[in-house]
Write a protein of this length. Structure first.
Lengths: 328, 421
């Protein structure tokens, strides 16, 4: 049972990060129907900037929390600047182009960002400075670290503040109006360009936070870390219903838990020795080896995409999404 | 009159030109004949990607040997030789590995040092064999490499079926585990090494849990480790590189796994202390060959002098020796033609930075040493050397090895002259 609890804790931590990143995908999609494939790279840039700044400040003897705070602030600044220029230079000129054009541009931007990061931070796996001492707490036989608690709490705070922003402020109202119909919103006096820019900036702000979370959780960062994370978060957004904020949060959590439990139990579930009563030859091999595992935990990454495919087949609009005729 | 004079002038000019031509022509021929014979040696390792730091270290080793050979003024077939290193990046990717191997064969290099990884060395070895180009790896440890029967394939480092048993035996002898979990990264290297460890452990009646796997890019090991934690192993072995081994170790300690961790040579680097932080403390790991600090002192000094005080990391003494072996064999055969020097290389005995090297009939190094390390205070520290099945504590081994380099300068071929520089 403690093993199950531990896998659940791992999954919720992972899922919180996915949820925060998925929000960036889903917000942009909700407003301009663009799947911003470069969003994962913004997360990576956030992690890299934080790593560099923390690495520079750590030896100077400031309190660790302050150093991490400054690192995160710098990461946010750089991410926001990146997202702003990305929107201005790559997506805005294509706003009225056929939908495929900005999609391919997004893939291009992602490749450019990845390679710029490679030139700046080298191709090596970099160690994320561990300046906050990791403390493990024991809960019902499972271990939870202070970093994990911080990640989950921070994600909840971020998601709550985003909901407040979208449903309780003028900017949020303008965002929802633009999402429903940009032309009509413009006629009502909403500055659509500004709203779209703000959407990208909020997404980048969340991405920077996610980058710092991932970096400090795993203790490593590399220029390629954004692509797989981005794909998973995108899957989470689709799972919850793309364009739907609570959907992205739910999708992220579900995906994280499915992945952790899947990787944890696939070996036992696909152990052919459960079937040894059926075949003598199987029984012989099991007697010799004990286990005949069909799929190992290296199939962990596959789960996100199996979930994505199943959802697209069974419920194309996602868990919480509404069926709309024209989108997607 | 004027026409005649013109003709005369023209004829004189022609004559002069012709004379000039005649005089000039032989000169470049004369200069070319004794001039420099360019011998190109290939080097392949990942210069980019997760283990680029190890690739650069390998390249530095080869670069140093080449620079020293050039400074020593070696002659082959009466000609001065200039050795040139053609360095290629295989990105640790088997597909790229075969492409660059073909590129080197097409460029007609005289020999190749590399590749770093077993996964790229094995498919590339056939290409070198078809091109009849000798290739010496300083770091590929998968047994399969030299089991394919290619006459051109050599290695100066030990094999996983020597390394795996060494670390497993050390673990059994010193830590006496009852249950051991084994994880690998599903690469030719990681899986091969893990298999050898498993064999030895089973032979010693240690219970081995079902194999867990990641990939060579995995950073999230929590699910695997949580599963392992439930089975309460006394020791965990991981076959993989430091880029994935670091996060693995860190996450294991966060989950409260108290077991002893033992890794193979790919994770036996100083990087581990950075990647895993405090969690790396007490890690046991093995390297095929001898620790860098037990390499020839002259090599260490020359390496640091050449590369601005950069410390050799892992395999550079081996690629240094591999390069020297190629050059020494060419010198002995008095030819840089692979067909001529290959038989000499196969039968050579050479004293290099990692000790005396001779090859068996498969192209493996005879009587290769294995070293067991531990991570102490952020540094990889050698514990013991395992040679011919015997465990020798490191202090004794260094004592045994120390007087040898002093006595060698005279008999060996290129090394002593080179080292004087």
């Amino acid at each position: 049972m403690d093993i199950f609890l531990q896998q659940l804790i791992n999954g919720i931590t992972l899922g919180s990060v996915y949820a925060v990143v998925a929000l960036g995908y889903t917000m942009v999609y909700g407003i301009i129907q663009l799947i911003n494939f470069a969003h994962g790279e913004v997360v990576m840039i956030g992690a890299m900037v934080a790593l560099t700044v923390i690495g520079l400040l750590a030896p100077l003897g400031f309190p660790p929390m302050l150093v991490v705070l400054i690192g995160t602030l710098c990461a946010m600044l750089v991410c926001v600047a990146t997202a702003w220029s990305m929107e201005k230079l790559a997506y805005r000129p294509l706003r009225h182009a056929p939908r495929l054009a900005p999609l391919i541009t997004a893939i291009g931007v992602s490749i450019i960002l990845q390679h710029v990061a490679m030139l700046v931070w080298s191709r090596n796996v970099l160690a994320f400075p561990q300046i906050i001492h990791t403390v493990s707490y024991s809960v019902g036989g499972a271990q939870i670290t202070n970093i994990q608690i911080a990640i989950v709490l921070l994600s909840v705070v971020l998601m709550a503040s985003l909901s407040l922003l979208v449903y309780r402020t003028r900017l949020g109202t303008a965002m929802r109006a633009t999402a429903q119909n940009a032309h009509v919103a413009a006629l009502m006096g909403v500055d659509v360009d500004r709203v779209i820019s703000m959407t990208f900036l909020i997404g980048a702000f969340l991405a920077a936070m996610a980058g710092v979370m991932v970096g400090s959780y795993y203790g490593v960062a590399q220029y390629t870390m954004g692509s797989m994370l981005g794909l998973k978060a995108f899957s989470a957004a689709v799972l919850g219903g793309i364009g739907h904020l609570p959907g992205a949060m739910l999708g992220g959590l579900v995906l994280g838990v499915v992945e952790a439990l899947g990787a944890g139990y696939i070996g036992e579930l696909t152990d052919l020795c459960h079937l040894q009563a059926l075949s003598e030859r199987l029984a012989e091999r099991c007697a010799a080896d004990g286990h005949l595992v069909l799929f190992g935990s290296n199939y962990q990454d596959v789960f996100a995409f199996i979930v994505l495919i199943v959802v697209l087949i069974v419920r194309p609009q996602g868990l919480l999404g509404e069926r709309t005729g024209e989108r997607a | 009159m004027s026409r005649l004079s013109m003709r005369l002038v023209a004829m004189v000019l022609l004559a002069v030109l012709a004379a000039c031509g005649e005089q000039k022509k032989p000169e470049p021929v004369k200069a070319a004949a004794p001039a420099v014979l360019e011998v190109r040696i290939g080097h392949v390792a990942p210069m980019t990607g997760q283990i680029a730091h190890l690739g650069k270290d390998n390249e530095n080793g080869a670069q140093l040997a080449i620079a020293q050979a050039n400074a020593a003024g070696i002659k082959i077939g009466g000609q001065d030789v200039r050795f040139i290193l053609l360095s290629e990046d295989d990105q640790a990717d088997p597909k790229v590995g075969t492409t660059v191997a073909q590129k080197l064969v097409d460029a007609k290099v005289a020999g190749v040092v590399g590749h770093l990884n077993s996964g790229t060395s094995i498919p590339a070895s056939e290409i070198y064999s078809n091109g009849n180009i000798p290739v010496i790896s300083g770091s590929a440890t998968n047994p399969k490499l030299t089991e394919q029967g290619f006459k051109t394939q050599f290695r100066v480092v030990g094999r996983d079926d020597q390394q795996g048993p060494a670390i497993a035996q050390y673990l059994v002898d010193t830590r006496k585990p009852k249950v051991v979990a084994i994880i690998d990264d599903a690469t030719a290297y990681g899986e091969g090494l893990a298999n050898e460890v498993e064999k030895t452990l089973k032979a010693a009646n240690v219970k081995v849990l079902p194999r867990e796997k990641g990939t060579d890019k995995t950073t999230d090991w929590k699910a695997v480790l949580t599963k392992i934690k439930g089975k309460k192993p006394d020791a965990v072995f991981y076959g993989g590189m430091d880029a994935t081994g670091g996060p693995l170790l860190k996450q294991a300690r966060e989950l409260g796994i108290k077991a002893v961790f033992a890794f193979g040579d790919g994770s036996c680097t100083a990087e581990m202390a950075k990647l895993a932080g405090a969690a790396a403390e007490g890690l046991l790991c093995s390297q095929a060959g001898i620790p860098v600090e037990a390499a020839d002192a002259k090599f260490l000094a020359a390496y640091k002098a050449k590369f601005d005080n950069v410390e050799p990391i892992l395999y550079s003494p081996f690629t240094y020796d591999a390069t020297q072996l190629l050059i020494a064999a060419m010198q002995k055969a008095d030819s840089a033609d692979p067909a001529k020097y290959l038989p000499i290389l196969a039968g050579i005995s050479h004293r290099g930075a990692t000790g005396t090297i001779a090859f068996d009939e498969k192209g493996d190094r005879k009587d290769a040493e294995m070293t067991i390390f531990t991570l102490q205070a952020g540094k990889i520290t050698a514990l013991a050397v395992i040679k011919s099945g015997q465990t020798i504590p490191i202090a004794e081994f260094v004592k045994m090895a120390a007087p040898a380099p002093e006595s060698t300068p005279a008999p060996s071929t290129a090394a002593p002259e080179v080292n004087k520089k």
